[in-house]
Design a protein around this ligand. Sequence first.
Ligand code: TA6
Length: 297
Amino acid sequence: MPVSQQSDKTVLTHPSGSSAEVYLYGATLTSWKSAGKEHIFLSEKAILDGSKAIRGGIPLVFPVFGKGKAPHVTASLPQHGFARISRWKLANSSEDAHSVTAQFGLDHTMISDEYRKAWPYDFSLIYTVKLSAESIETHLKIHNVGDKSFDFNTLLHTYFLIPDVHKVRVIGLSGLDYHDKVSSKFSKQEGEVVIRNEVDSVYANAPSENIQIQYGVQEQGAAEGINVHKNGLGDIVVWNPWSERAAGLADFGDEEYHRMICIEAGQVAEFIALAAGASWAGSQVLSLLTGSHHLVV
Ligand code: TA6
């Protein structure tokens, strides 16, 4: 079965052997396997029963990134909004010669009364997961189906599984200004991003293509890793909690920060205004680096 529903998660299986798993809770993709390897980090302590956001995978951030600040209407919403902690529905699925697709839906009639009261706008979200042999696309469409405009942040909070945080390098952000939320300073990225301590950086207006997470070497010297190609999502957030912050997360193993890096495509530097009746869409395509991506030395 290319797409099968197993109680609380949807499993996508591609003829090539690649696969993906998406929990209806938060429409959180918790696994993407391709070329026989897992590429998505999921904490061994992740709570999957719907009592809190899943630690790992691709949590969906909407309608606010981080904690909303009064007097903004999102101030009383949970951190990162309600999309990742609401139960979505599997809307439909399909497959063609090259890919297997599942679509998930969440709208204002499906969220809790508490969130509805806190954020009284009529909306509909359609989240599409499209699995191919060596890539996966995650696409979010936001519809304002009410008669009042609203503004929102959104972000694909992607946790990548890596062999060793000391060897990972993020290519493609060089020269960009960024907000370092750890030091509260603004800086300019010089060269590749390496991780040697807690990192929590927001790169506004980042390039859409050739953002690469390199963490190893394939045959003939080609870089091993993942390429991120984003559309409609202007910003990139880079996050690793490192040891001290990780120790403060109950659903994150103390040493797990060695095996993950978050590269998050989103619209978080500014809120986007969506007029009544209007729609917005953003997506990312994650693909395995091939032989043409030579290690940047
Ligand atoms: O995207 C980075 C970030 O905003 C960090 O500041 C950290 O809070 C992370 O998200 C995880 O947030 P969470 O609410 O899932 O613990």
